[in-house]
Design a protein around this ligand. Structure first.
Ligand SMILES: C[S@@+](CC[C@H](N)C(=O)[O-])C[C@H]1O[C@@H](n2cnc3c(N)ncnc32)[C@H](O)[C@@H]1O
Length: 258
């Protein structure tokens, strides 16, 4: 067993975070349709390729990009209708342009430092045709202004995959100076003598900060909303009005390259 349980085991990843109705891909497709994007789509941080695969079924010509070799290998094997490349969101150079770039499920927040965000948005600028759309969905940093419910205590969850029960104990806390949400997750399963401890972090971006970064990178923000989206309750529906309150725990942005 490798030491990066979820990204090294794409099957377990999908089992832990199921999306049987392809809500994330439908969200991206509906937003692209609503804001007049084209068919050529790059999905950055594509993970298992399930969104790229479904977007291809919905009529897009899709390339997925991820920095995990295991994820890219899995995506190629399971979603032959899309193309997949191994690459880093801060430095990829594919030598072509797209109509749309998607970056879903907080993948953008792996850009921890300001320079990482600038690099990623610069890569997006260089891979979009003029007028192309950037569609991103992520945690909302502003949610943590006054909400501590995600930060209270350790959450324990079990999932059974391929006959083995995996139990995770997860703690989240805020690193205020770095503006990061940090996570410590300890996994236990039968036959493992001591827990496998994994640490992650996500940049906490505030809505006005995101607007400013996008403006500096050459994008006009067409929509910025906290709900509905693929990971909100109630979830995304194509005709729902977009809430600009921005107090919810998810942040969705649609921006057009000038
Ligand atoms: C939370 S997963 C999201 C996967 C997929 N978008 C989904 O919604 O199912 C984040 C993905 O971002 C990838 N990732 C993390 N850092 C990255 C980077 N610097 N460049 C490209 N991909 C990255 C991880 O390998 C992982 O597959």
């Amino acid at each position: 067993m490798s030491e990066n349980l979820l990204t090294d085991n794409p099957g377990l990843y999908e089992h832990q975070f199921p999306d049987p109705d392809h809500v994330a891909a439908r969200f991206a497709h509906d937003v692209v349709t609503r804001f007049g994007g084209g068919r050529d789509l790059l999905d950055v941080g594509c993970g298992t390729g399930r969104d790229a695969g479904h977007l291809a079924r919905l009529g897009h010509r899709v390339v997925g990009l991820d920095s995990s070799a295991r994820m890219v290998e899995h995506a190629r094997a399971h979603h032959p209708a899309a193309g997949f490349v191994l690459g880093d969101m801060r430095s990829f150079a594919l030598g072509r342009r797209f109509d749309v770039i998607t970056c879903l499920d907080s993948a953008l927040l792996y850009c921890h430092a300001n320079a990482d965000l600038d690099d990623f948005l610069g890569r997006c600028r260089d891979h979009l045709r003029p007028g192309g759309l950037l569609v991103a969905e992520m945690r909302n940093g502003a949610f943590f202004l006054g909400n501590t419910e995600l930060l209270d205590g350790v959450r324990t969850r079990s999932v059974t995959w391929q006959g083995t029960e995996y139990t995770s104990h997860t703690e989240l806390w805020i690193d205020h100076a770095a503006q990061l949400l940090r996570r410590r997750r300890a996994w236990e399963w039968a036959g493992r003598t001591e827990p496998l401890v994994q640490r992650s972090a996500w940049r906490l971006l505030f809505p006005q900060e995101l607007r400013h970064l996008l403006d500096l990178a050459g994008f006009d923000v067409l929509a910025l909303f906290d709900a509905p989206g693929p990971r909100t309750d109630p979830p995304w529906t194509a005709d729902a009005p977009l809430s600009g309150a921005l107090s919810g725990d998810r942040l969705h942005v649609v921006a057009r390259l000038r």
